[in-house]
Design a protein around this ligand. Structure first.
Ligand SMILES: [Zn+2]
Length: 247
């Protein structure tokens, strides 16, 4: 293929813009905010689990506490009843009297035990309550951080999009000045090797793959006409000759 040295030089501008576009695409994929948001999503799920556990425990404890309080009440009612019978002086039989008194004693013990249970449940409830409060605060903190990171991510994406659109329009302008067949070759090579389709030959080295050319290769290039389109055998990129090529 033949193309004027000026047209070939434009491929270097095209390559620079493609490098820039590649850099921007990579920046978008590797935004630190994306990883931060993933971590926050995981953290939010964790806090939600903690909240669910605390709430389940709270409702279990509420039920247990209600049951224990009803038990205390039942025992208290029985003690009152026994006590009234005792006070009314209706029980005169010594054995019956003794059994009533011993029942009251054992009911009082039972009442004290049950009250102990209620106290213990209340303490556990307080601890579950404070864990739930911590989860609520945690949820709010994660949500606030998510809002902040999302705004930062959106701003970064918008900035990248703006730079991309500038680079893309500059690329279109440069591409318009490249002959169709040369541009098609450039794009084909770029699709095959990735990154850029053309590279400068600088001081005997291909800047596309950083491989130094052999003396034989360099001699062939020296002998070639300036409008000959040269490819690097190693990476297949179009090699662009400039004053710095070392020929
Ligand atoms: Zn190369």
């Amino acid at each position: 293929m033949k193309a004027s040295p000026e047209a070939q030089l434009r491929l270097l501008e095209l390559a620079d813009l493609d490098t820039e576009l590649g850099r921007l695409a990579h920046r978008r994929r590797a935004l630190p905010e994306t990883a931060e948001l993933e971590q926050l999503t995981a953290r939010a799920a964790q806090v939600r689990d903690e909240m669910t556990r605390a709430e389940t425990e709270l409702s279990d404890l509420d039920r247990e506490q209600g049951r224990a309080e009803r038990d205390v009440e039942q025992v208290r009612v029985r003690i009152d009843k026994d006590q009234q019978r005792l006070n009314a002086g209706k029980v005169s039989n010594a054995r019956e009297l003794e059994s009533l008194q011993s029942e009251i004693t054992s009911l009082r013990r039972r009442q004290a035990d049950l009250e102990e249970v209620v106290l213990d449940l209340m303490e556990r409830r307080e601890s579950a309550q404070s864990r739930r409060d911590a989860s609520t605060a945690g949820t709010e903190a994660v949500a606030a951080e998510e809002t902040e990171v999302t705004a930062r991510r959106d701003a970064a994406v918008a900035e990248i999009a703006e730079q991309e659109s500038k680079a893309a329009s500059a690329r279109a302008t440069v591409a318009a000045g490249v002959p169709d067949d040369l541009l098609a070759l450039y794009d084909r090579v770029r699709a095959q090797v990735g990154g850029v389709g053309a590279a400068m030959l600088r001081r005997g080295k291909c800047e596309g793959c950083n491989v130094s050319l052999s003396t034989v290769e360099l001699n062939e290039i020296r002998a070639a006409a300036p409008d000959e389109v040269i490819r690097h055998d190693e990476c297949r990129r179009i090699l662009i000759r400039t004053a710095e090529s070392g020929l």
